[in-house]
Design a protein around this ligand. Structure first.
Ligand SMILES: [Zn+2]
Length: 444
């Protein structure tokens, strides 16, 4: 028989032998701290059920527990006074062990409080949403949680620097050490907050599929913050790709938000594979990477703080005569440089060409005569007749519409003219009357 508390749509279930004690602890913090009450209403916007016990054994029979993926042997569950994890977008599990412990900050020790361990663990679910929807730079989720805990501790009568570590004043997080013999201090891993969202939830809320645009990202964050869309949050290791594909959520279709110390990222997972990663760094620069269905990087767009952008296109499906195409444009959208790495067989056919086409493309895109200009005869000569045929054969897309779009943008002088999925490739016009082959640049 569980003891429960209701906060809005959220039901808190206190389970196990210490249920009454845990509920009493929650009640006294809830009635004593305005900040804790508002933190709980924040959590209640996204979560429906939170289970609280004194051990994993207390929680193991509750619905969804196995999905949370607790590891009973990890330091997470062995060396600390409390911990928690979500099992889906609406369900969260908390263990507060009640073990005597000490908070250590900068060599100073503070007697730990089990009431505050419970408060701390209740703050993590909403902290994760805050970390991913906020706009601040550098995310230190654990430190942010400890600062909120400190505010609540003060409202409950603690004095920072005297009987609770002053995390807000010093900016230094505390570590936890159990008071049992031989216990090691437990430093919370600086893992990255990560949130997995079902794309159907976005489509239901906004009437169109999530397209990864800045607009859709903003809509998604607003909906996460007000609780109209929820997501399954967890902390994942900063190295590798866990941040971008949220392996804790076994769904094959996901939108994943994550935050590291130097960037925030939004990625799209389709069919179990990462298809797009959009990153914004603390200095304002951005990187947008697209992957093909086999998981190979296909394009990468870098936008630097000075407005210069560079697009790298990698021909993963070998449908073009080159392996890689790099195009740069300035802040007004003018193409300033392009470089092609030709396929080996093309090089063999056409001679040693790893040419930087550079100004030739810039000229070709001059606003007054953007697509009539033939690439310089020098370049054409280097490529040679045989190569030209290879280029032509490889072009299957109709570029007309996109050319018009770029031309309109350039004419209107509304830089930067961005076409994220458009790439410059050599394009041969219909054979002119004089019978000569002509090569020009087109956006496909
Ligand atoms: Zn914590």
């Amino acid at each position: 028989m569980a003891d429960t508390r209701q906060v809005g749509n959220l039901t808190i279930h206190f389970v196990g032998d210490n249920a009454a004690q845990l509920k009493g602890s929650f009640d006294s913090s809830y009635s004593g701290s305005q900040s804790f009450r508002s933190a709980m209403s924040e959590t209640a916007r996204s979560f429906r059920d939170i289970y609280v016990g004194s051990s994993l054994g207390d929680l193991k029979d509750q619905p969804g527990f196995n999905n949370a993926g607790f590891d009973p042997n990890s330091p997470f569950t062995q060396s600390t006074s409390g911990y928690g994890k979500a099992s889906d977008a609406q369900t969260y599990f908390i263990v507060v062990t009640g073990k005597a412990h000490t908070l250590i900050q900068d060599g100073r020790s503070f007697v730990g409080s089990t009431d505050l361990v419970l408060v701390h663990e209740f703050l993590h679910p909403s902290q994760l949403i805050r970390d991913l929807t906020g706009s601040g730079v550098g995310v230190f989720s654990e430190a942010n949680t400890q600062m909120r805990e400190q505010t609540i501790a003060q409202e409950l009568g603690k004095v920072p620097g005297i009987d609770f570590p002053d995390v807000i004043g010093t900016g230094t997080p505390y570590t936890v050490k159990l008071d049992s013999p031989g216990a090691q201090p437990y430093t919370v891993e600086p893992d990255d907050p990560t949130l997995s969202i079902d794309p159907i939830r976005f489509e239901d809320a906004f009437g169109h599929p999530f397209d990864g645009s800045d607009n859709d990202i903003l809509l998604l964050k607003a909906a996460l913050f007000d609780g109209s869309i929820d997501g399954w949050g967890n902390y994942v290791t900063p190295s590798g790709s866990d941040r971008y594909n949220a392996p804790f959520d076994s769904d094959n279709e996901k939108i994943v938000l994550s935050a590291g110390h130097s960037d925030r990222a939004v990625s799209i997972v389709q069919n179990g594979g990462i298809r797009q990663i959009k990153q914004v760094f603390n200095d304002g620069s951005r990187v947008n990477s697209q992957y093909d269905s086999d998981g190979r990087l296909q394009t990468e767009e870098d936008v630097f703080t000075n407005g210069i952008s560079a697009v790298k296109y990698i021909d993963t499906k070998n449908t073009h005569p080159y392996n890689e195409l790099d195009v740069s444009e300035d802040a007004t959208g003018q193409v300033t440089a392009a470089q092609i790495q030709l396929d080996q067989n093309v090089i063999a056919a056409g001679g040693a060409i790893g040419q930087i086409f550079g100004s030739a493309i810039g000229n070709a895109l001059a606003p007054n005569d953007p697509f009539q200009r033939i690439v310089t005869s020098t370049v054409a000569g280097l490529i040679g007749q045989k190569l030209l045929q290879t280029f032509t054969a490889s072009l299957t897309l109709d570029a007309r519409l996109r050319r018009q779009r770029l031309r309109r943008c350039l004419r209107a002088g509304r830089g930067p003219c961005r076409h994220r999925r458009d790439f410059l490739v050599p394009h041969r016009r219909a054979r002119p009357r004089d019978g000569t082959d002509r090569l020009e640049w087109a956006i496909v």
